[in-house]
Ligand binder design. Structure first.
Ligand code: NAI
Length: 303
């Protein structure tokens, strides 16, 4: 056996082979965590270059995990990293990679049409019993699922960035998602050492549904001149027990992402419009290219 860990207690029908579509930030993270926990993973992207980028993300993260686990033992560090890589294959052939997978997780670009096209193609080649899942943050799961003939085997599986560190996974059920699909996804999530929660297919699911309006409200408070950004962040950390203030979090998530989600929900009409009403400071920052940590400047500067 090449796995690091085996799950003899799991039912034989449980998920063993996973294919992840998208070798970006999220896809690489999900691949790594699955492989680290003994699942057999294939990571798919559109080009060898994109696969290489995903592998570099995994490599850097695994080195950090290994030095934490085996601080003073180089041999064990190397062995740990090699064993994880034994569970990972990669492919640029999306159909071939679908054929024997028990679970197919999509973490490609946040675009409804592109996601529907991928799933429609995979639906024709994947096993009938295979479960399809999307890691989308802001799109409606049932709308993506409509592109397939397996809506009972379709759900959202929403990981958080950075995947190796963040413990939560939201399992999103549409009206069509079966109990069995939901249970298998909860099971595989736990085997990946994450904590699953379930929720319905509504904008933002649980975490972002609360977080996005909260961050926008923080911008509005500062926009009215009631307090400074820094004082709002300090207040929420020390007075509400938040590990980061709303503006620190906004800069980390990316102001472009935040605006993209808020605008999308407003246009969808599925959420009270005032909760995601446009915020001038956010719109101005994004228009300026000041989108947060990744650009060196957002609400704060990151020299
Ligand atoms: P990313 O831009 O880092 O990676 C996307 C990858 O998908 C790229 O490597 C791209 O080449 C690839 N791709 C595009 N079309 C493809 C196709 N047809 N087949 C295979 N690969 C394809 O994006 P990121 O940040 O990893 O996000 C991916 C998904 O995860 C999005 O749906 C996003 O909403 C969701 N998500 C993102 C979070 C974040 O914090 N970045 C958090 C939770 C979910």
């Amino acid at each position: 056996s090449h796995s690091i860990r085996r799950f003899s207690t799991s039912p034989s029908s449980s998920i063993q082979k996973i294919t992840i579509y998208g070798a970006g930030l999220m896809g690489a993270g999900i691949t790594q965590v699955a492989a680290q926990n003994g699942l057999d993973v294939t990571m798919v992207d559109v080009s060898p270059d994109a696969i290489k980028k995903g592998k570099n993300i995994i490599d850097a993260s695994l080195k950090r995990v290994a030095s934490r686990l085996h601080k003073d033992d180089e041999k064990k560090r190397t062995e740990f990293i090699e064993n994880v890589w034994k569970n990972i294959s990669s492919s640029t052939d999306s159909s071939a990679a679908a054929v024997d997978a028990d679970l197919l997780v999509e973490a490609i670009v946040e675009n409804m049409k592109v996601k529907q096209e991928l799933f429609s193609q995979l639906d024709k080649v994947a096993k009938k019993s295979a479960i399809f899942a999307s890691n989308t943050s802001s799109l409606i799961i049932s709308e993506i699922a409509k592109a397939t003939n397996r809506e009972e085997n379709f759900a959202g599986l929403h990981f958080f960035n950075p995947v190796p560190q963040m413990k939560l996974v939201e399992v999103i059920r549409t009206d069509k998602t079966s109990n069995e699909t939901c249970e298998k996804l909860m099971d595989v999530t736990k085997r990946m050492q994450k904590t699953p929660v379930t929720c319905k297919d509504t904008p933002g699911f649980i975490v972002n549904r609360l977080l996005v309006p909260y961050i926008l409200e923080a911008f509005r408070l500062v926009g009215r001149g009631e307090a400074t950004h820094a004082d709002v962040d300090t207040a929420m950390k020390l007075g509400a027990g938040m590990p980061m203030g709303p503006f620190e979090l906004a800069d980390l998530v990316g102001l472009d992402t935040l605006k993209f989600i808020a605008d999308g929900w407003r246009q969808s009409g599925k959420i009270d419009a005032h909760l995601v009403a446009p915020v001038k400071e956010l719109d101005d920052l994004v228009a300026n290219g000041d989108i947060g940590r990744k650009s060196g400047k957002g609400v704060y500067s990151y020299p």
